[in-house]
Design a protein around this ligand. Structure first.
Ligand SMILES: [Zn+2]
Length: 134
């Protein structure tokens, strides 16, 4: 059920941002989803719909989901490369989605071949922007 916990924290964060910007009502919030964040979008949308009624400032807010593609940064040569386009089997791809840490087992830097890299983008969930009325 972590979609529900995520949805609640997204709404709370959006409402906090709104408070900080002195907005009384949220009209739209951009929610960025990392590609590596394993989440069921339908459950998440449903959870947002159900939960936002508890937050008056977000009751009419449209939550716009933005997918952020995964990218990695090589620690050896600083080359940045996306998850897409790298050679891997479908099973490996799904496994990486499930356990991002396992990417190291399957992926190598396409520039220098080093398996030592960090995740540069595509993890977690965050609010990218909010719009609202004062
Ligand atoms: Zn490299």
């Amino acid at each position: 059920m972590h979609e529900w916990a995520l949805a609640e924290s997204v709404i709370k964060t959006a409402v906090e941002h709104a408070g900080a910007q002195k907005l009384r009502k949220l009209t739209e919030a951009g929610v960025v989803f990392g590609e590596l964040q394993a989440i069921d979008g339908e459950i998440f949308d449903f959870a947002l719909e159900q939960l936002r009624a508890q937050f008056p400032a977000a009751a009419r807010c449209r939550f716009k989901i933005i997918k952020e593609p995964a990218a990695f940064r090589c620690k050896a040569c600083s080359h940045e490369f996306p998850l897409k386009g790298l050679r891997k089997t479908k099973d490996e791809s799904e496994f990486i989605h499930f356990v991002p840490e396992m990417a190291h087992t399957f992926l190598k830097c396409p520039a220098c071949g080093s398996p030592d890299f960090e995740i540069a983008a595509g993890r977690g969930v965050h609010i990218s922007y909010i719009k609202g009325e004062k």
